[in-house]
Design a protein around this ligand. Sequence first.
Ligand code: GAR
Length: 211
Amino acid sequence: MSRLKVGVLVSGRGSNLGAILDRSLAGDIDVEVAVVLSDVEDAAALDRARSAGVPALHIPPGRFRTKLEPDAERRYVETLREHGVEVVALAGFMRILHDEFLEAFPRAVVNIHPSLLPSFPGLDVQRKAIAHGVKWSGATVHFVDTGVDSGPIILQAAVPVLDEDTPETLAARILIEEHRIYPEALQLLAARRLRVDGRRVLVDADTESDS
Ligand code: GAR
């Protein structure tokens, strides 16, 4: 099977990128990280990509705080295309993408979010989960649509919220699950095992390992 070419968009430390790279370089998943793009020039994630030999570029986002300027968004799309990217994985990329970007990669943009969506979309979610008093939180990998953290859910993993948790301790527990399920979701895409039926993402049987 040819490896799925994934472009990863990052803004920060890049631990999810690291988990994907580790599984990819070990040959555990049929995924090749073709390029890493960041809106933040000194993001640690860029160094992580470069030390794994993956092209890593900073593309300035323009003057907006929460989204990309249209020209910048076009540069992201062009650069991803130049690297033959088939699927775009957002890994701690802190900007909202618009229709034009999503239409360039139909049903092929995915995101990881540190809550059990649809609970707690957006930012500062571990603090909100603790303040709300939920007993379970977790991680979600989902397709990106035009809303905020609202697209069809591919995989989720739950973790308990403990009485003594701070946002930091809860985030660390969730992150372990993020690092497990993000590469797994990308492998499902690589194996073409996902079917989207309305809001539901159905996982086809693994015919490769059956045979
Ligand atoms: C991760 O916890 C990810 O789920 C979150 O940012 C962190 C990035 O960490 N993403 C969001 O909150 C997106 N709404 P990383 O740079 O170490 O992968």
